[in-house]
Design a protein around this ligand. Structure first.
Ligand SMILES: *[C@@H]1O[C@H](CO)[C@@H](O)[C@H](O)[C@H]1NC(C)=O
Ligand SMILES: *[C@@H]1O[C@H](CO)[C@@H](O)[C@H](O)[C@H]1NC(C)=O
Ligand SMILES: *[C@@H]1O[C@H](CO)[C@@H](O)[C@H](O)[C@H]1NC(C)=O
Ligand SMILES: *[C@@H]1O[C@H](CO)[C@@H](O)[C@H](O)[C@H]1NC(C)=O
Length: 367
């Protein structure tokens, strides 16, 4: 009986989703993990829907909890209205609401009045709704100075909301229909660190498109319609994701000016060796580079600072040691730890004999 008791206990604690699991794809918040700070009282980011008996979650004062929403006792400032077939935002969320979950509904707009009383709002999650056009008006949120996260992934927005509050830390707008970013859109958002725009229809970034993003760390522009690496990227960026765009090639200075860049993803970009000049990745800050699922025929030249290189599923026939160690001498060695080269046109026996002198700290190579 003991194991059964343990399972029951886990269910009561809500550790497992006991009744019916919510599809993971609907809970991915744009694909970048959401770390919860329990010390700040941040609530669970899992849906409460269909987990346990709702009465266990219901607030002490159920009258103040909007219809079809959950007001859990353990997170008194969180309001879970996700997966409820709502067509609009509940008209009067409790005034002390800080965490508002509205994902997977049929909400078409965010009227400026509806959140006017919930001025403590910290998170607003609107993923998987029907927000269209430019209907998500940033002005509706301008005075919400506590707002830190605004998520509206998987909607049909055609523009980035303007006039968002200056304290915003994360803006996630993946999988919408955004085709351009007008100048000054992000002006004043100097605390924004995460910006997700993958799965939109962007073709270029205009000169002042990203102006104002002084502390942006992660920028995902994957799966858009860029034909070359966009210029005018925020210089603070450390993680740049461009996978799934169809690039004709890279320039010698495609990433010039990105002096903090550490993690670069260029998977599935149609890149060929002729389109990747040796200078393209000459950045001494770079730690990880993903070039998987391209059409490279030889190993590209990478900086000696690089530690992780993903080249799987290319057409590589030649492993050039000079890609990793440009010069000779005791200090010219590569910091490479892991190289993935499976799914290429090479075998282990084709590795040059003297590779150990260059790849001195290599832990794994998959050929
Ligand atoms: C949205 O509405 C459509 C039809 O109006 C319905 O089929 C669909 O299940 C609804 N989606 C959600 C998430 O409630
Ligand atoms: C930005 O973050 C800093 C450090 O957390 C904070 O002191 C500052 O008030 C924030 N700015 C705004 C506009 O919220
Ligand atoms: C990428 O672009 C090239 C040239 O514009 C085109 O021939 C090719 O079909 C495109 N590939 C994809 C996957 O869109
Ligand atoms: C990379 O940059 C350094 C200095 O910025 C330069 O000395 C070196 O020649 C460059 N390497 C390549 C392959 O362009």
């Amino acid at each position: 009986m003991a194991p059964l008791c343990a399972v029951a206990l886990l269910c009561i604690l809500g550790v497992w989703q006991c009744v019916r699991a919510t599809p993971a794809s609907q809970m991915d918040y744009g694909g970048v993990p959401l770390w919860v700070n329990r010390f700040l009282g941040e609530p669970s980011v899992m849906s409460l829907k269909d987990r346990l008996d709702p009465h266990r979650y219901q607030a002490n004062n159920p009258e103040s909890c909007p219809h079809r929403c959950y007001c859990p006792i353990q997170w008194p400032t969180a309001l879970y209205c996700d997966h409820s077939a709502l067509t609009s935002v509940p008209s009067s969320p409790p005034e002390d609401t800080q965490y508002l979950f509205l994902q997977s509904n049929n909400i078409t707009s965010l009227p400026s009045t509806v959140l006017a009383k919930a001025m403590d709002l910290r998170w607003l999650i609107l993923d998987h709704n029907q927000l269209q056009g430019e209907l998500l008006a940033g002005a509706a949120l301008q005075n919400h100075i506590e707002l830190r996260y605004l998520f509206a992934n998987h909607n049909r927005l055609s523009a980035v909301p303007r006039g968002l509050p200056a304290g915003l830390r994360q803006l996630r707008l993946a999988h919408n229909q955004i085709s351009s970013i007008s100048a000054g859109t992000f002006q004043g958002l100097q605390n924004l660190t995460v910006l997700l725009l993958q799965g939109n229809r962007l073709q270029t970034i205009k000169p002042k498109g990203f102006t104002g993003l002084l502390n942006l760390d992660l920028l995902d522009l994957g799966e858009n319609r860029f034909k070359s690496v966009p210029t005018y990227l925020p210089p603070s960026v450390q993680q740049l994701y461009l996978s799934g765009n169809n690039f004709s090639g890279l320039g010698e200075s495609s990433f010039a000016g990105l002096e903090r860049l550490k993690y670069l993803r260029l998977s599935r970009c149609g890149l060929q060796s002729a389109g990747v000049p040796p200078e393209a990745f000459n950045m001494s800050t770079l730690v990880e580079l993903d070039l998987s699922y391209n059409r490279l025929a030889t190993t590209p030249t990478v900086p000696t600072s690089l530690q992780y290189l993903y080249l799987e599923a290319n057409e590589i026939q030649e492993f050039k040691l000079s890609s990793f160690c440009p010069g000779e001498g005791p200090l010219s060695y590569s910091r490479m730890r892991i190289i993935r080269m499976d799914g290429n046109k090479m075998s282990y026996s084709q590795l040059p004999l003297d590779w150990v002198y260059c790849l001195r700290v290599l832990q794994n190579i998959f050929v």
